[in-house]
Design a protein around this ligand. Structure first.
Ligand code: PRT
Ligand code: ZN
Length: 283
């Protein structure tokens, strides 16, 4: 039987979440820091641990069938791969930032200015689209210190909390792209049954993460008011309680409007609300 290969980051910001996602998909594998390849014992899959920069090309060239990597790296390496699934972690944005004592307020003022970055391809396309001609200086790291050293007038780098920019006296000036970790596959791999099976497992884990399982008690006379607030996977389950007029309602609600929903439910007469994490939702 065919064995798939999935490439994930060996160490760094995406490693832990990538391993966690695959483990939550029920895949059994060892995660030794020293290993470069780890077989999965209960699915025809091998995990390759690589530098993130190498992952897009490995997938494009078929050395790995699948990969988990930031969209920023995929776009910078300009590979031909299929985007299979956004994964909701590793979120950041690629921004142009300038020193906070700088007078640059409009994009056109970047004409003729030096911008240091590790993302020359993405930045080059962005500036070309805006008809701006800057001097793009490609450096391999610590981009944020280059204006202070007099090496550039601006930088273009990834930002998540903004702390690095701030502590280097820089302010974000323009959003070039937003990025998150994605599952990519070799072109056409989406038609493979095993790949489909894995995508479905990943989707069931992601869906579960976005929702909470809620059990609550309500008096029958308030049931309609309470169920009107509950979406459920289809509709909520209603279970009679031993005590006469009361029922227990079981349902799932989206994590994002969780606290709003809970207070609305209480107002509508819900009591004894128990909220639990969900492991998987298989539709
Ligand atoms: O060793 P390897 O080559 O595999 O890893 P790497 O060092 O190239 O990448 P790594 O582990 O730093 O990041 C992997 C991926 O995480 C990136 O390609 C992005 O898709 C994603 N990601 C999410 C980030 C950030 N957030 C991020 N904040 N990657 C880098 N940063 C850096 C940024 O470059 C800057 O130096 O963090 C600093 C800014 O962070 P804040 O929080 O101060 O804004
Ligand atoms: Zn890297």
């Amino acid at each position: 039987m065919k064995t798939l290969k999935i490439a994930i980051q060996k160490s760094g910001r995406l490693n832990e979440k990538s391993v966690e996602l695959l483990k939550n998909c029920g895949l059994n594998f060892e995660n030794y820091k020293s290993s470069l390849i780890s077989p999965v014992s209960n699915f025809p899959l091998e995990i390759l641990f690589l530098r993130d920069d190498d992952i897009p090309e490995y997938v494009q060239d078929g050395i790995a069938d699948l990969g988990i990597v930031g969209e920023n790296v995929i776009q910078e390496t300009e590979v031909e791969v299929s985007y299979l699934q956004k994964l909701g972690f590793g979120k950041c944005s690629l921004k142009i930032a300038v020193p906070n004592n700088n007078s640059i307020t409009a994009l056109e003022q970047l004409n003729g200015k030096a911008i240091a970055t590790t993302y020359p391809v993405i930045l080059g396309k962005y500036l070309a689209e805006k008809n701006i001609t800057s001097d793009i200086r490609t450096i391999s790291g610590s981009v944020e210190i280059s204006p202070g050293l007099g090496l550039s007038d601006a930088i273009c780098d990834l930002v998540s909390t903004g702390g690095t920019l701030k502590s280097n006296g820089l302010v974000p000036f323009a959003d070039v792209m937003s990025s998150e970790a994605v599952l990519i596959g070799q072109k056409g791999s989406e038609n493979d049954d095993l790949v489909q099976e894995l995508i479905q497992r990943i989707q069931s884990v992601l869906r579960a993460k976005e929702t909470k399982y809620v059990v609550l008690n309500v008096e029958r006379k308030n049931l309609n008011a309470v169920t009107a607030l509950l979406p459920g996977v289809k509709s909520p389950s209603v279970v009679p309680l031993a005590e006469g007029d009361w029922v227990a309602v079981h349902t799932v609600i989206p994590e994002r409007d969780f606290w709003d929903r809970i207070s609305q439910l209480k107002q509508a007469g819900a009591q004894g609300i128990v909220v639990m994490p969900i492991e998987k939702i298989i539709l």
